[in-house]
Ligand binder design. Sequence first.
Ligand code: SF4
Ligand code: SF4
Length: 372
Amino acid sequence: MNKKQARHKRLKDQSGIRVGIQITFLLLVICIGIQFYLFVSSIESGALPEVKRPPGVEAFLPISALVSAKHFLYTGTINNVHPAGLVLFFIICFTALIAKRGFCSWVCPIGLLTEHVNKLHCKIFNRRLSPPSWIDYPMRSVKYLLAGFFIYQIVFRMPVQSIERFIQSPYNRFADIKMFSFFTDMSSTAFMVLLFLAVLSILIHNFWCRYLCPYGALLGVISFASAGRIKRNPARCLDCGKCEKQCPGLIKIRRKRKIHSPECSACLSCVNNCPENDVLGFSFPFLEKSASPAVLAIVFLVLFMTGISTARLYGVWQNDIPKKAYLGYVQQQNHVQLRKTRRIDPEKLEKMKEMIRRMQRQKSKNSNSQLP
Ligand code: SF4
Ligand code: SF4
């Protein structure tokens, strides 16, 4: 085995590294979820929680992060309501400038879930089912429209004076608690929508990531400026198509020398499945050889660890909302809920009124008939 073949084999052997990084981030998200669950449960029982609220939960508040980003652009400061949300938003956007939409296939837990749903899809249908290109293109635009709508409304339409008001509003301050209630106290409509999305994700390959995720759309647009990208050496390519078979972004790799597509998630599946040495690789302009999975893993770990450590160092990671404020908010919400449930349903009230009117009419009829 010559040097090139040995390197090719080494790179293939590293293909499990991405799964390792995905699992690491998933475990982190699970830990954050458990800690936040303990925090909210304690508050809901009326006691001040002993555990701290995990700031990482703010990663699931993208709208708030977008408003905070505009606030940051205008004031140069990171707000004290959801600072971690903004820090994580910046880190995630920055990853797209280095390694395409790698966040989706290396870090995001929904991306990991989608990958497994895709495997289930392939097992059920024995191949990938995706809409023909004349439906695929307009459907792919949905995620860009969603992202564009939020960016337009927040970055361009929202007046500067409203930003501070929104950031300090109870709606935003306790958005994490609302998100928690969304999942723990899910309405039947929300459940049906999630079920519908789950069914579509099984029926259509890569449905959520390819057609609906606005975060993915934003990263895809930023990734046009990515330093790293997949490059193909057409002179050595066998045109076997094994790369395209594995590409979750359905990219026509054989037609390109460099992959500029916003659908590329730097998953390296194409590289791992290419039978030839030095044909496909994820290249950075400052590296002579293509980057191995280990290099990409280091890139993601370093970006997240550096970003979060810097935020902690400058005191812009934990928010300033005291536990008592969370307790007060939840108690107030419970009070409102109680008042709502106690209030008589207007329809029922109308029925009761109608019943009383009927009884009165009957009574007057009876009294008339008794008259001599
Ligand atoms: S298979 Fe290759 S081209 Fe397709 S998304 Fe993954 S890295 Fe990008
Ligand atoms: S798998 Fe490699 S050799 Fe085969 S078509 Fe793709 S780039 Fe060419």
